[in-house]
Design a protein around this ligand. Sequence first.
Ligand SMILES: [Mg+2]
Length: 365
Amino acid sequence: MRIASVTTALLRVPLKQRAITDSQSFVTHVEFLQVTLRTADGLIGHGMNWSYTPGLKAAQVAVDENYAPLLCGADALERKRLVRALFLSNHFTGRVGAARVGIAACEFALWDLACKAAALPLWRFLGPAQERVKAYSTDGGWLSWSEDDLVRDATALVERGFDAVKIKLGRPDPREDLARLAAVRKAVGPGIRIMTDVNCAWDLPTARRTAPHLAEYDIFWLEEPLQPEDVHAHAELAHSITTPLAVGETLYTLHAFRDYIAAGACGYVQADATKLLGIDEWLDVAALARAHSLPVVPHTNVQHKLHVQLAMATPNAVLVENCYESINDIWEEPIYVKNGFYTLPEEPGVGLKIRDEVLREFRIG
Ligand SMILES: [Mg+2]
């Protein structure tokens, strides 16, 4: 399966919903990098990566100038060797960040070719470990919303069939965060799981002062309370509260997950294949978590179709986020949440092809 060509496209897609706000982002658009591999015998593989902030152009340059020459002429089935070669090709300038997300986009396209050659969707190719995948909603709970908005939205999500919703924390006064949680808990009742997400905004004293109160509202987890580089602070916090910590959406390596898990600083493993080196490293992280009796809840927003399939094949995956519903129709054959569970794609491949009309309308590079 010789690779004949590598092409890329950069898109900037507007959200069709109100702007999304958390403690570090104000999101009105999402950028996508689509990578397309064509084999000499006519098979086409698609991969992609994404960002809320402008910057994927750097990943596109890495793919076009660093990775494409290494991929062209190579056997697409030698995926792990190729990914290693891509990584080493610019490891002085990009062990993480844009260079790495560019590799992940290529890795997904290599997987796409392997699945298409077998005429199977990714989750069937990997082998299902579960019957279905439960969704939890992260398409709400935004930090800029009023308390009334939070309550109205959480109540509507529960009526739609969700039994787990996430609320953003990180208001300038953490006492406001707690008051907002109290209002949502009162509205949805005791049977609904409420997750919380600080998006790294707190320092350790704020976290130590605020996080113990989360137990008063039966909060399911506390996500990214502190800067992701500070494993020690996360461990100190984790050991001082009863609410489990969830981390992973800004961890780029298997080794970073190893350090968090070894320190007892992670209760829910939110590995994201688009930040790691792709599907193979994601599966490594999931296995590492399983060996430590930890559940995996992949971080996802636009890339839920990928992570639902990985969760299907992972015995210790317990939930997958549902977010950015307003742009779910950019994908060919999108999947949906019905009665709290995800539908599954049946088309062969990984399923990361953006529709041609979307590509034409929103292409910027
Ligand atoms: Mg998060």
